[in-house]
Design a protein around this ligand. Sequence first.
Ligand code: 8YV
Length: 330
Amino acid sequence: MAVSPKKPHVIVTRKLPDAIETRMMELFDTRLNADDKPMTQAQLIEAIKTADVLVPTVTDRIDARVLSQAGPKLRLIASFGTGVDHIDLDTARQRGVVVTNTPGVLTEDTADMTMALILAVARRVGEGERLVRAAKWTGWAPTAMLGARIWGKRLGIIGMGRIGQAVARRARGFGMAVHYHNRRRLHADIEKPLEATYWESLDQMLARMDIVSINCPHTPATYHLLSARRLKLMRPSAILVNTARGEVVDENALTRMLRAGELAGAGLDVFEHEPAINPKLIELDKVVLLPHMGSATLEGRIEMGEKVIINIKTFVDGHRPPDRVLAAMF
Ligand code: 8YV
C-alpha cells in the first residue's frame, strides 16, 4: 500500500472514547477533534487533502464533491459506524480510496433499542413518563394508559441481516411471531429456530403486520422504501419502528398518517434530515422519538473504535482490512 510516512496521518472527525483516542495517538500520527464540533464541508475537504486516513462518522457527508478534493495521500476512509450511506462508495473506488466500516459490534445494542422502542410505543412508556413528570398523575384507574399487548403479535422485519436477526431472536422471547422481508430468503438453518416467515412481497407483508421494524441499510434501492403508498398498506392499528436510517421512510407521509390516525404509532431513533425532525411529529403523543442512540453504549463505542484501529493498522501494514466495504455490498 502507498501510505508513505512510517506513521500514517490519521484525521478523526469527532470525539471518540478516551481509550480509543489514546491508542490511536500511540499508533498513528493522529489529529483528534477535542471539542467534538461536526466538521463543515470546508473542514472535511481540508482534512482529506492532508490525511492518509480519514476516520469519519455518520455526521460527515463524504460525497463526490468532497472526495473530488482528496489529496494524493488519502488511501483509506476508516468509518466509525456500520452504515456507509454518508460516503460515496463509487467515487471513493474510482479514486482508489479504500473504505472500511465497523459491522457486528453494534448489532445487539441496536436490537435492544429496537425492542425498547417497540415496547415504549405499544405500552405508552413515553406518555406515562411525561404524565408523572408533569405531576398530572392522579392515581391508578382500570382504563388509564391502556396500550397494546405485544405478546402474540406479528412483527414484520424489513432487512434480515445481523441486526434484523438479533431483533427476531428478542421478539421470539417476547412471544411475537416473526415475519421478514429481505433481498434474499435466509437459509433454513437461520429461519427455523426463529420460526420466521419469509415474504418475498414487502407490500403483502406490510398489510398483515401489527408491528413493522426497519433494519435495512439506506441505499439508493431502499430510499423511501416505505413510501406514502406502502405506508398506506399498513393496518391503522400498526406500529412502525425505525432504528436504521430515516431516509428509508417518507417522513412527511408518515407524519401525515400518524396525525390522521391512519397508523397507531411510531418509534423513531433516526430521521430523514437529522438532527432536524418534522415538528409535527414532536406534537404527537403516540410517537416515541430518540436522538439516534441505537448503538450508543460505552462498550459498543469502544468496540467500534477498536475495529477502526484494526482496519487502519491492517491496511497500513499492507494487508486487506477485515471490514473493507465494497459498493456492491450495499
Ligand atoms: C452509529 C449507526 O452510532 O453505525 C451506524 O450505522 O447508525 C450508528 O449506530 C453511527 O453511525 C456512528 O457513525
